[in-house]
Design a protein around this ligand. Sequence first.
Ligand SMILES: Cc1cc2nc3c(=O)[nH]c(=O)nc-3n(C[C@H](O)[C@H](O)[C@H](O)COP(=O)(O)OP(=O)(O)OC[C@H]3O[C@@H](n4cnc5c(N)ncnc54)[C@H](O)[C@@H]3O)c2cc1C
Ligand SMILES: *[C@@H]1O[C@H](CO)[C@@H](O)[C@H](O)[C@H]1NC(C)=O
Length: 406
Amino acid sequence: MVGTKVIIPGGGIAGPVLAMLLKAKGYDPVIYERADGPTDMGLSLGLQPNGLRVLGLIPGLLDEIDRCPVDEMISYSILPGEERELMRNKFPRERFDHGIEGVKRPVLLRALIEGAQARGVPVHFGHQLVDFEQHEESVIVKFANGKTDEGSFVIGCDGLHSNTRICLFGEEEASFTGLTQTGGISPIPEIYKSQGLHPAFNIYADGVHMIGIAANHTQVGWAITKREPEAKETWRGMDEARQEEFKEGPFSKLPFGGGELIRTAERIIKYGLYDRPELQSWHKNRVVLIGDAAHPTSPHLGQGANQALEDIYHLVRLLVKHNPTASAPSTATLESVFTELEQLRIPRTSELVKKARKMGDIRVVSGVDACKQRTELVRTMFTPEVARGMMEDFLKHPFEPGKSEI
Ligand SMILES: Cc1cc2nc3c(=O)[nH]c(=O)nc-3n(C[C@H](O)[C@H](O)[C@H](O)COP(=O)(O)OP(=O)(O)OC[C@H]3O[C@@H](n4cnc5c(N)ncnc54)[C@H](O)[C@@H]3O)c2cc1C
Ligand SMILES: *[C@@H]1O[C@H](CO)[C@@H](O)[C@H](O)[C@H]1NC(C)=O
């Protein structure tokens, strides 16, 4: 018997995870990815307990991903005549099923794509969705290479520059946040290595903020955020000459391991940070958006991938609830699923997109007075009560440990 075919444009982080869960629920998902293969572009991502809990719903998957638990979150301030540690937070892992875990984006991507293929999901590379036609009981999708396919419904996982989104709601520029990141992957700096520590850290300096998170057990992914004219969002490397210049530039002298990371980077990349204003709806008829296609965010709360995973959990849960047999759903059934998804997810993701942008603005300030104010603000923002609140949130979303409804 032929199952219900679900077309997923976008084989990034969201696409393969969604596909694996749909497959487990009796659907026949198919992934179409624009790129010619899994890309090596990108740095590291922080998987948080909310996202990890969703990955944990796919038997065996977490064991296939080379992750590194973060031991401590450390913040430093660097101003003229002042180089000091501001705070240090241990993650109370006892209370959780997961802590915060760093992973290289290319490593995660490859594990997810291979995981999906191993679980019977076809992944077609070199297929860029350019258009679709909605019918009474199906959707016909069209690709730039001239091929077409027909499925019961479509879930757009095609990221920041989603064509699915453009086809649904029209063209609209992504909004530049005013910030760029220059980053790389480097060996763990000596100050941490000597203590056997796998850290996540923030360095607050004049005009810049540096963030780092373990990429695996021997490496750290890092990025320097600055206020700059628009840089195209691209995860490609800088040319050699500019990489060398950056490695010898002023940031190469940052203390607390910051400069060491810059000097020892394998490859340095630079990209602009973008988000988009919130959408009122994520769907039309038989086509819906999730992940960055629906709510791209600047990275300052580390929630891009984790919120995509929350979307996936709720979408799959609602499909199971409204269509328990995974038979070909009517447009009315899909409307109920997608509307319920939006009611739950749009408020939460919109708030996080705004908070992430605000966090970027707070973190990157220039001049000693502004930096001192920032230090005070950072201190009040990360009090033990605030940290507890964040952890309560991790515990509740998208489901409490052990209480998945799918
Ligand atoms: C190359 C790359 C590198 C990244 N590196 C980092 C990083 O180092 N750190 C970080 O925090 N975040 C990074 N991100 C962003 C991060 O992966 C996402 O914010 C997050 O995981 C949400 O996942 P997503 O699946 O919604 O979007 P994404 O992970 O962006 O995946 C979207 C996928 O859709 C594909 N696609 C786009 N248009 C089409 C189309 N028309 N048809 C078919 N496929 C299409 C893209 O090639 C991509 O594979 C990167 C994203 C990309 C694309
Ligand atoms: C971390 O990644 C690097 C580069 O991909 C690899 O050489 C190294 O073996 C990895 N370290 C561990 C502990 O997995």
